[in-house]
Design a protein around this ligand. Sequence first.
Ligand code: KIV
Length: 311
Amino acid sequence: MTEPRKKMTLPGLYKKVEEGTPITWLTCYDYPTAYMQDQAGVDMILVGDSLGMTMLGYDSTLPVTMEDMIRHAAAVRRGAPNVWLVGDMPYMTYQPSVESAIRNAGRFMAEAGCDCIKLEGGAAMADRIKGIVDAGIPAIGHLGLTPQSASALGGFKLQGKSAVLAKKILDDAKALEEAGAFCILLELVPDRLCKLITERAENCIIMSLGSGPDAHGQLLIYHDALALYPKFKPRMAKVFADAGAVIREGLNGYVKEVTEKTFPAPENWFGMPDAEYTALEELLNIANPVIFDADEEKPEKKKSKKNKKNK
Ligand code: KIV
């Protein structure tokens, strides 16, 4: 019998870093997927505001609300009690002030059972990180391609390619670490910049999303890893299983079988004992129902059909 999985904790994450074992991190937005991720031994789950696109069909993450996030994060927590659960702070729930950041971070912990929060931005957001950490909530920073600022960044593209911009990301990482972030996600920055930041981090876990192999662990968007997002597949993602194809095949099969009347089959329904059905007919007084034949004037008595499947 396999040992039940232990709940992932902050010391557990640091232990993996010390041992040099990469941390596994996936996005997740719903109960059944969370259940499977927990069973698969995923260390961390991010309930990302990417759910605006992957689950709600928006074109960006900007319309996502705290209510959306809390509902999905709570469902994920119910499915995955053992993972380290990260709530992603949606647009304009922390940018306006330190107080808004602390209040909304607290909602992730109290209402959804998260273990920590993540927010986007560098030195300009360091006071939000500090406020949240001082309130007793572990916080993750997010640098590089930060989708909530995609417009200001010129789109969804590699960040920190030039020396000057790379230096800015290095400085931002330092500022977030000093503010108390226990972890920083680097999204879509060059591999060598990610390596530098990881080597320089003193007490901070560095995670990579499309930023190369030299961080302490890897994050992937679940829908990219399993080919479930219909609109595009980012170059940085690897498809580990084409679940999209399997689902499409299943759906086509369902439509075909219902249309061709091969589903449902006898094993898909339940019968009723003859005696009970006869009693029911008597109760309804339909054992010998009077059927009107449109072509005849007189009503004609017809025998009722017996239940097809007699159990
Ligand atoms: O919302 C999300 O899934 C994210 C990832 C893109 C890192 O923030």
